[in-house]
Design a protein around this ligand. Structure first.
Ligand SMILES: Nc1ncnc2c1ncn2[C@@H]1O[C@H](COP(=O)(O)OP(=O)(O)O)[C@@H](O)[C@H]1O
Ligand SMILES: N[C@@H](CCC(=O)OP(=O)(O)O)C(=O)O
Length: 376
C-alpha cells in the first residue's frame, strides 16, 4: 500500500452550488464524499475545507446575490453553515465515515497557544479516522481578523498540519494564462515549478464567479503559503472530485505546484504564514548578510529605521533599505525601545534603556528568511 498522506481538499462555492438556481450541486457533493471516504479507507488522513455557508444561506432565504453588509453576511452564513453540515453528515454517514465541524477565525492561528491547540485537535481527529470539515467562523469573524477567503484558510490549515498535498477544487479545470471566461486565447498551465516565474506568464481576473470570492488571485496566494511550507498543491475541476485520485497517481491533471522548500519546523511555519506583522525594521547591508548568509540573529546595530507600533513578541518584517522583505520574525523589544537602541551595540542596551534586555532583537530561532520571496 502507498505511504499514508495528509491531504487537505478545499471546495469553493462555485463548485458546491449550481450557478443557475443557487441550490446545492448534490451529485458533485456525493462524488466528493465518495472520493474522500475512499482516500480515508486507504489510510490517508483527509481534511475538507468547505465554503458554501453564505451561498447555501442565500439559497435558503431566496436571495439572488451575495449580501454586501457584514451583519447580513454573518447572519446568512449562520443559516447556511448548519444546513451544509447536515448534508455532509448525511452523505458521509451513508458511507460510514465520521466527520467533525471545525470553524476557525484568523485569531485562532495568530495566537500561539490557540494555534498549537488547533493543531492538537486536528491531530486527534485524524488519529480517530474522522474527516474534519473546516470553514471560517464567518458569524464571529471581524474584518481585521478575517482569512477573507477559504483558499487562504485551506493553505494555512495545510501548513498547520504539515500536509503533503493541498487540492483546490474550483469551477475551472486549471489555471490559465488569463481568465478563460474572458479570453478565449488563454493558455492552460500544467505545472508551476517556481511561483515567481508565474508572474510574467499570467493575468488574473480580479474577481471570481458570481458566488465565489477572490477568483484565481487568492488561489495563487494560497499556492505561495502552501508551497513555501513544503506542501504540494493542485488546482482542479470541482465537478470531478475523482481528479484527486488521478493526481495522486501521478497523472498531469489540473495545474500542479511544486513545493518551494522542504517542510520547515512547525514553529517557523507559524511565524512565516499565520502571524500578522505589526511593524517593519529596515536593516543595513551588514545585518542582511549576517541573517541571510551566516544564519545569525538580528542585533540592534544593524537596524537603520523602525516603523509601526508593536510590542515585544509581536511579528515584524525585516526589510532592506528599499522596503523589500528579507525575513520576518518575533521581536524582543517594543517599537519605542527599538527606537532608542537601533544602530547601537548590544552591550550598550542597559545604558540606553536603563534596564537589562536580550542581546538580540530577533533571535535566529524566531526568524524565517524570505517567506514571500517567491512572489517578490
Ligand atoms: N488566470 C485564470 N485562470 C483560470 N481562472 C481564472 C483566471 N483568472 C480568473 N479566473 C476565474 O476564477 C474563477 C474561480 O474563482 P472563484 O469563483 O473564487 O472560485 P471558488 O468558488 O472555487 O473559490 C474562475 O471561474 C475563473 O473565471
Ligand atoms: N466562508 C465562506 C466562504 C468564503 C470563500 O472563500 O468562498 P469561495 O471563494 O467560494 O471558496 C462561506 O462559507 O460562504
Amino acid at each position: 500500500m502507498a505511504k499514508p498522506l495528509t491531504l487537505v481538499v478545499k471546495i469553493g462555492t462555485s463548485s458546491l452550488t449550481r450557478s443557475d438556481t443557487g441550490h446545492l450541486a448534490l451529485s458533485t457533493l456525493a462524488q466528493l464524499v465518495e472520493t474522500l471516504s475512499q482516500l480515508q479507507r486507504q489510510q490517508h488522513r483527509v481534511i475538507l475545507v468547505s465554503s458554501g455557508a453564505v451561498g447555501v444561506g442565500c439559497a435558503r432565504l431566496g436571495l439572488t446575490e451575495r449580501p454586501r453588509t457584514m451583519a447580513m453576511k454573518q447572519a446568512v452564513a449562520a443559516i447556511g453553515q448548519g444546513r451544509l453540515m447536515r448534508v455532509y453528515d448525511d452523505l458521509f454517514t451513508s458511507l460510514d465515515q465520521p466527520i467533525a465541524q471545525v470553524l476557525l477565525t484568523r485569531s485562532d492561528l495568530v495566537q500561539r497557544s490557540r494555534y498549537v491547540n488547533s493543531y492538537r485537535t486536528f491531530r486527534q481527529l485524524l488519529q480517530l479516522g474522522v474527516v474534519p470539515i473546516v470553514n471560517e467562523n464567518d458569524t464571529v469573524a471581524v474584518d481585521e481578523l478575517k482569512f477573507g477567503d477559504n483558499d487562504t484558510l485551506s493553505a494555512l490549515v495545510a501548513s498547520l498540519v504539515g500536509a503533503d498535498w493541498l487540492f483546490l477544487l474550483t469551477d475551472v479545470d486549471r489555471l490559465y494564462s488569463a481568465d478563460p471566461r474572458q479570453d478565449p486565447e488563454a493558455q492552460p498551465i500544467q505545472l508551476v515549478q517556481q511561483l515567481e516565474q508565474l508572474q510574467d506568464q499570467i493575468s488574473l481576473g480580479d474577481r471570481g464567479s458570481m458566488w465565489g470570492t477572490g477568483g484565481m488571485m487568492t488561489k495563487i496566494e494560497a499556492a505561495r503559503i502552501a508551497t513555501t511550507a513544503g506542501v504540494r498543491m493542485a488546482i482542479t475541476e470541482g465537478r470531478e472530485p475523482g481528479n484527486i485520485l488521478k493526481i495522486l497517481q501521478g497523472e498531469p491533471v489540473g495545474t500542479q505546484f511544486a513545493p518551494q522548500s522542504s517542510p520547515s519546523n512547525a514553529r517557523k511555519r507559524w511565524i512565516a504564514h499565520s502571524l500578522i506583522p505589526a511593524g517593519w525594521l529596515y536593516l543595513d547591508g551588514g545585518a542582511i548578510a549576517a541573517i541571510c548568509q551566516a544564519g545569525k540573529s538580528l542585533l540592534p546595530a544593524g537596524i537603520t529605521e523602525v516603523e509601526g507600533e508593536f510590542q515585544r513578541q509581536d511579528a515584524v518584517l525585516l526589510c532592506d533599505s528599499t522596503g523589500q522583505e528579507i525575513a520576518r520574525g518575533l521581536v524582543n523589544y517594543s517599537h519605542s525601545e527599538l527606537q532608542k537602541i537601533q544602530g547601537h551595540r548590544s552591550a550598550d542596551i542597559p545604558k540606553l534603556l536603563g534596564y537589562e534586555g536580550p542581546e538580540t532583537v530577533v533571535h535566529r530561532d524566531n526568524l524565517v528568511l524570505n517567506p514571500n520571496a517567491q512572489l517578490s
